[in-house]
Design a protein around this ligand. Structure first.
Ligand code: CA
Length: 624
């Protein structure tokens, strides 16, 4: 009796990630369903259904219902190289079979789950792979890119174009090191549905916001999607190479909806449970993609928590960007934060604090931007600073950086990290562009087309300067430093490579712009005053000097002895076509940025009580 009682005490809630545990003598299966009357695993020789192999399974394993609605069973023998699906019987019928909800390896196009020895997928030296040191979280500068955008250009210098392995190559990595970013955020790299992995040669492109198998890398980014181990090994090689270069890797995760309901394991294995429904029983659609998941349901929450932890442990992923985070509930985001903290508290979490349409859940409990302060150390993208600086995506108006004085107040609010919703400044993701909406060059083009290219470049630098001196966390859309254009396409999710590729040739043509971005990132790294790290310190050290000029922001960070190498910092942001002379306190200064030039070491020394700020540009001074 004692041993039974003891066993009951230590019994834990089974893990969804343990759905297929392989060893050379047996494979154990476990799946959750609260509605199944029967469940079975079907084991196949082939990863794909074809006319030749039909639906015949090699072996069927009937599962038994145990505690907590987990169904378990064991198949004997060495099944490495085989495939499986699961199906459940309820309401008098078998539901269509699906790869398991927590499949960790799949066949081409993710049709069936694969039984593999995960240890055999580790690249050489993987056991020595560690997260790059991150002694000060305020150092973070995120660079967002897409595996294909980043390397597909004929000028990328990369051999494995469009592949995980391409991101691991020296030319790809050296650019990021040169720029000085700390984190690479990769657009969806889990298995998604919009690319047919059997016809990759057809030059297809998609962002990948259509999840199929959440816990498996996308096959289209591997050199052989028909080999289930290949995509896993190559995704790890990408992470490993970036880690070696001192760069952390952030995954873009899309738990808010699935590609479709019945084509996806979440929808097939336990019908309806993982989704929110409308009162009439139809699928709610807060994602605008046809459905929305239900993080407030216990097992969906557990799935999300286990999934991010799985990527953090198995693939050494260093951060997660939550797509349409406003669809998830706050409690789930806090549970994710707590679970990741047990692995490593420096793993980043932030997301889009909004939804595409109204989610079917009480607004006050959702992870909307407005409630960011209720989710400590979970950040949200600041559409405040974005719209203020370059204009809203919903119109073609200019922003503060392109001459619209209406953006001044919110620019100042963004510089201090919008404390009314962020809680702490690092929860405020400062950005002006990302993969969504116009890229920066195109945004300036649609709102200020009549200006000269020289002026547009000035506006570009000014807007990005505000991001990089903001007390929030810096985020840059990849390619802005090379003056990328998407030729006016503001939703390039399935545009051809010619629209989406990073124009590497611009590194020479717009060398001045690249140098400016690089120096501004270096200035941010060099000056703690721009990243004080707490709302309390921001309140204590930051002031805006009043001015009648509605196109001018005078941003001062003072009392920095013991915090920064500078005693104080002065930033003048001029969003007009007129130069302006500004009174400053008498002192010895180093000029860090002026008239579209920047240098972290200093452009020149200054000991005057006035500073000039040129049209559409920033002047930055560090007091010695
Ligand atoms: Ca896929």
């Amino acid at each position: 009796m004692l041993s039974v009682a003891l066993a009951a005490c230590v019994a834990k809630q089974p893990k969804m990630e343990d759905e297929c545990l392989y060893s050379s003598s047996k494979t154990q299966f476990a799946f959750w369903s609260n509605v199944a009357e029967q469940m079975e695993v079907r084991i196949y020789d082939n990863g794909q259904w074809t006319m030749d192999n039909g639906q015949e399974s090699f072996e069927t394993v009937a599962l038994k219902k145990g505690e907590n609605d987990f169904w378990t069973g064991t198949a004997k023998g060495d099944l490495a190289g085989k495939y499986y699906t699961v199906r459940s019987y309820q309401n008098g019928a078998w539901a269509p079979e699906a790869p398991g909800i927590f499949a960790k390896a799949v066949s081409i196009n993710g049709q069936r789950a694969a039984i593999i020895d995960m240890k055999a997928t580790n690249p050489e030296g993987w056991e020595k792979d560690v997260r790059p040191a991150m002694p000060d979280m305020t150092d973070i500068v995120v660079y967002e890119t897409h595996v294909r955008d980043y390397t597909m250009s004929p000028n990328s210098g990369v051999e494995h174009k469009g592949k995980f392995l391409g991101m691991a190559e020296e030319p790809a990595i050296s650019h990021l090191k040169e720029l000085g970013i700390t984190h690479l955020q990769v657009l969806p790299m889990f298995d998604y549905g919009s690319i047919d992995e059997t016809t990759l040669e057809k030059n297809r492109y998609n962002w990948g916001y259509d999840p199929v198998n959440y816990n498996v890398p996308e096959g289209g980014y591997s050199t052989d999607p028909s080999d289930p181990a290949c995509r896993i090994r190559e995704a790890k090689q990408m992470v490993q190479a970036l880690h070696k270069a001192g760069i952390r890797v952030i995954m873009d995760v899309v738990y808010n909806h699935t590609y479709d309901v019945m084509g996806c394991a979440l929808g097939r294995v336990v019908p309806q449970y993982f989704y929110r429904l409308n009162e009439d029983g139809s699928y709610a659609n807060g994602s605008g993609c046809g459905n929305e998941t239900a993080s407030d349901h216990a097992m969906m929450r557990q799935f999300m928590v286990e999934s991010v932890c799985y990527w953090a442990r198995e693939y050494h992923i260093d951060g997660f960007r939550f797509d349409l985070m406003g669809i998830h509930d706050q409690e789930t985001m806090r549970a994710i934060r707590a679970a990741l903290d047990e692995i490593d508290p420096t793993i980043l979490t932030y997301g889009e604090g909004w939804a595409a349409m109204s989610p079917a859940y009480p607004y006050e409990d959702l992870a909307m931007k407005q409630w960011t302060y209720k989710m400590p150390r979970v950040g949200a993208f600041s559409d405040n600073i974005r719209n203020a600086l370059i204009g809203s995506p919903f119109d073609h108006e200019r922003g503060f950086a392109s001459g619209n004085a209406a953006g001044k107040e919110e620019t100042m609010n963004g510089l201090v990290g919008c404390p009314e919703w962020s809680g702490e400044p690092m929860q405020h993701v400062s950005y002006i562009t990302c993969h969504d909406n116009y890229c920066l060059r195109d945004r300036i083009e649609v709102s200020a087309s009549e200006e000269s290219e020289e002026t547009k470049l000035r506006m570009n630098k000014l807007a990005q300067t505000a991001v990089l001196v903001s007390q929030g966390m810096s985020f840059i859309y990849g390619g802005e430093e090379l003056f990328r254009t998407k030729l006016g396409i503001d939703n390039s999710y399935q545009s051809p490579d010619s629209i989406n590729i990073i124009p590497w040739e611009n590194k020479v043509k717009y060398a001045d712009l690249f140098a400016y971005y690089r120096q501004m990132i270096a200035i941010r790294h060099a000056h703690k005053g721009f990243r004080l790290g707490s709302a309390k310190a921001v309140k204590e050290h930051v002031e805006f000097v009043p001015t009648d000029n509605e196109h001018l922001v005078i941003y001062r960070i003072t009392g920095l002895e013991g915090i920064d190498s500078a005693k104080s910092l002065i930033v003048l942001l001029n969003g007009s076509d007129q130069a302006e002379q500004v009174d400053i306190p008498a002192g010895e200064y180093m000029l860090l940025a002026f008239n579209g030039e920047a240098n972290a070491e200093g452009l020149s020394e200054m000991s005057e009580s006035q500073a000039l700020v040129a049209p559409y540009s920033a002047t930055i001074l560090a007091e010695k």
